[in-house]
Design a protein. Sequence first.
Length: 186
Amino acid sequence: MATWKDGRAELYRGLLREAVSFDVFLKDIAENGVHRIEGTIVFLASSFRFPPPSLVHYYKHNRTLHEKVILLTITSGGVPSIGDDERIKVTELGQGFYRMVASFGFMETPNVPKVMEFAFESGFIPKVMPLTYYLGRETLIPVSGGRMMRWRKRLFAYLSRNSRSASSYFRLPPDQVIELGVQIEL
């Protein structure tokens, strides 16, 4: 458990080294007049301050975005379950971006397609189909140095590689998921 916890912290530090602030990212999009294509795209995001690395890589390599970009953050609360009226909070960020926070209790398993359907039906987000989910997939490369011993980094990389996939955990439809990989040195 300690290796998993320390490894996640080391991974987060590695992602922060290459992170760009969300304000800088939106400013770049506004200044460069990005080409928009039809549809809605959902990026799972763990941070409120930074765009997910998968979004940055997608934009960097494609130089295009969908009409609507939803940054979805899943949180787990200290209560067993959360009512539907408290489940979703949406903020419009401009440039076609929306920040959606979906809260779940510790006894609930997140179901992202149901969350998205609820958001559409409730009018939180305009329904634009088709809907595609983009996930980041990190390939961990253990290197010398840092806060963890190298053998623990290799163990964490093994555990991470064999952990349950995010698309399975969040119940995402396989035909609507695209994973973007990035290599991270630990």
